[in-house]
Design a protein around this ligand. Structure first.
Ligand SMILES: [Zn+2]
Length: 72
């Protein structure tokens, strides 16, 4: 492989992935694998409530906030 070919190659593995929720323009920072090749991306608001039986990211914090709201 010549230097010319190598320099033309892109080594970037960064993939743009915004939230897949309809109409949402937030950055999809949470990835949820459907299979080895398919990953769905969502923002913190639209991520699945449960994923493989596990609570979503930040669930404990959100639950605490809901309880705090109820106690007001
Ligand atoms: Zn979203």
């Amino acid at each position: 492989m010549s230097d010319e070919v190598r320099s033309a190659r892109t080594d970037s593995v960064l993939v743009e992935h915004y939230c897949e929720h309809k109409g949402c323009k937030e950055w999809g920072c949470y990835g949820f694998e459907e299979s080895r090749t398919v990953t769905h991306w969502f923002c913190s608001d639209h991520q699945p409530r449960l994923y493989r039986g596990l609570p979503r990211h930040g669930e404990a914090r959100l639950a605490a906030a809901e309880i705090a709201d109820m106690l007001r």
